[in-house]
Each structure stands twice: as structure tokens, then as C-alpha cells.
Design a protein around this ligand. Structure first.
Ligand SMILES: CC(C)(COP(=O)(O)OP(=O)(O)OC[C@H]1O[C@@H](n2cnc3c(N)ncnc32)[C@H](O)[C@@H]1O)[C@@H](O)C(=O)NCCC(=O)NCCS
Ligand SMILES: Nc1ncnc2c1ncn2[C@@H]1O[C@H](COP(=O)(O)OP(=O)(O)OP(=O)(O)O)[C@@H](O)[C@H]1O
Length: 232
């Protein structure tokens, strides 16, 4: 199985690209959806967040007021780190579980759409890693238009993530999304074959997954040999 990482900055077009993957019958695990689920009323994440941020962040129906929590954490790095540390374990577990279910269903290639792939160091598990990139002016413009927010709020959200150029430098593949949606479609077609071609054996053994399989096989071999020797 192969996990393709799809990341980028806020509003650079990850969901738009993940929709193109879905249209080509690839399964997509969306970390934003998982992050929403783990904050729903009654969940462990919900309880922890209330215990830390107080009941003031709740709406009348006792769901978390996402806009209010967003205002708090995107304007204050220490509060954002606190929220990340509360929800991070639940999100990681949710991602693992979704990937595992798709693997059980027999999918060989899974797309992981996750804004904080590099920040959470999850790029260890993805191959290749695709970064959807746009220039800073376009990013600010698209974010403000989509979320109908002020320039200040939008900039706070952009600043909450690793600089986009740094993400770009860490990518295996960069999708330039500065152009129109038609241009994006064309760019996507160009990379589709490249990213979905099966790994060669050499690429597999050189990858982290290959190293883990090798390690487990050696460990199982050593344990097996020890048991065999003990019986002799
Ligand atoms: C603060 C919250 C409640 C704001 O909710 P809201 O509905 O306004 O935004 P939404 O969840 O749709 O996120 C929109 C985008 O913001 C960015 N973003 C979200 N959380 C973070 C974060 N902790 N750090 C940096 N960027 C973030 C992502 O690019 C995401 O795609 C929410 O973003 C949240 O719970 N964040 C913490 C969980 C998390 O890390 N999510 C990222 C997915 S791994
Ligand atoms: N090539 C494009 N031309 C014009 N608008 C675009 C293009 N690509 C995406 N958009 C628009 O930009 C906005 C952001 O795109 P999208 O929601 O896919 O970003 P995202 O990276 O998934 O955001 P987030 O980090 O918040 O999840 C959306 O309103 C989308 O319709």
C-alpha cells in the first residue's frame, strides 16, 4: 500500500485537488474532516477542549463555536499549540484508522489530504508528497474570498502554518495552482501517472515502509530462530 501526501498552505487548493483524485476513483482521507469529528459534542476531544478553554467557547446547542475558537487560537501561537496538543492524538488515531479501513478494503493507493503534514512530521509515511502551491497574494485573496474574512484574520491563519515556500522545498512534487481551474486540471493530468505508478522494489526497500517491513521480518526471524534453538 502506498500513501500519497497531499498538502500545501491554507486555501492553496488541496481540497480542489483532492476532488480531482476522487473523480479518478482514488480514496481520499481528509484530515480536516477527521479534525471536525474529534471536536463534536460528547467526544473526548470536545471534553478536553472545554476543560482547557472553558464553556465560553460553546454555542447554545453545546457544540464548539468553531469561529470563536478559531479567533482565539489563530491570534495566539501558545493557545494554538495547546489546542494542537489536545486534539493531535485524536486526529492521528482517526487518520490511522481511516487508512487502515481503506487498506482492509484492498486499496493499494490512498491519498492523505492534510494541511499540517510537515508540521506534524507525517511526511515520514507518505510517498510521494505533493504540495499545492500558490503565491502569497493569491493565497490571501482566495482565503478572504472563500471564508469572507478580513485581511488580518486571513493573514493570522496563513502565519499559523509553516511558510509555503518551505513546504514547497520539502515536496517531491509541486502543483502550481496560480492559474485557472482549467490550468489546474491540466497540471493534475500531467502528474497523475507520475504519482500513481507502482514503486519499484528498490524504491520500496529504500522507503520508510520498506525499512519497517525489513525490520519486522528480521525481528520475527531472530525470535523464530531463538525459539527453534531452544527446542533443540
Ligand atoms: C480552530 C478550529 C476550531 C477552527 O475551525 P474552522 O472551521 O474555522 O476552520 P477549519 O477547521 O475548517 O480549518 C481550516 C484550515 O485552517 C487550517 N488550520 C486548522 N487548524 C490549524 C492549526 N491548528 N494550525 C494551523 N493551521 C490550521 C488548515 O489549513 C485548515 O484546512 C479548527 O481549525 C481546529 O479545530 N483546529 C485544530 C485541529 C487541527 O489541527 N486541524 C488541522 C487538520 S490536521
Ligand atoms: N485554480 C483556481 N482558480 C480559482 N480559484 C481556485 C483555484 N483553486 C482553488 N480555488 C478556490 O480557492 C479556494 C481555496 O481552495 P481549497 O478550498 O481547495 O483550498 P484548501 O487548500 O483545501 O484549503 P484549506 O486549507 O482551508 O482546507 C476555494 O474557494 C477554491 O474554490
Amino acid at each position: 500500500m502506498r500513501i500519497i501526501g497531499l498538502t500545501g498552505g491554507i486555501a492553496t487548493g488541496k481540497s480542489t485537488v483532492s476532488n480531482l483524485f476522487k473523480a479518478n476513483a482514488f480514496p481520499v482521507v481528509d484530515a480536516d474532516i477527521i479534525a471536525r469529528d474529534v471536536l463534536k459534542k460528547g467526544t473526548g476531544g470536545w471534553r478536553k477542549v472545554i476543560a482547557t478553554f472553558g464553556e465560553d467557547i460553546l454555542l447554545e446547542n453545546r457544540e464548539v463555536d468553531r469561529a470563536k475558537l478559531g479567533q482565539i487560537v489563530f491570534g495566539d501561537p501558545s493557545k494554538r499549540q495547546l489546542l494542537n496538543s489536545l486534539l493531535g492524538p485524536y486526529i492521528s488515531y482517526g487518520i490511522f484508522w481511516e487508512v487502515f479501513k481503506l487498506w482492509l478494503k484492498g486499496f493499494k493507493i490512498i491519498i492523505l489530504d492534510i494541511p499540517l503534514l510537515f508540521e506534524a512530521k507525517m511526511d515520514r509515511w507518505t510517498n510521494p508528497t505533493i504540495v499545492v502551491w500558490i503565491d502569497p497574494e493569491t493565497q490571501l485573496k482566495r482565503l478572504m474570498a472563500r471564508d469572507r474574512t478580513s485581511a488580518q484574520d486571513a493573514q493570522n491563519r496563513i502565519n499559523a502554518q509553516m511558510p509555503l515556500d518551505m513546504k514547497r522545498s520539502k515536496a517531491d512534487i509541486v502543483i502550481d495552482n496560480n492559474g485557472s481551474l482549467e490550468d489546474l486540471n491540466e497540471n493534475f493530468k500531467k502528474i497523475l501517472d507520475q504519482v500513481t505508478k507502482p514503486l519499484t522494489w528498490t524504491e520500496f526497500w529504500l522507503s520508510r515502509q520498506g525499512a519497517i517491513v525489513a525490520f519486522i521480518s528480521i525481528l520475527a526471524g531472530v525470535i523464530g530462530c531463538k525459539k527453534l534453538l531452544a527446542r533443540l
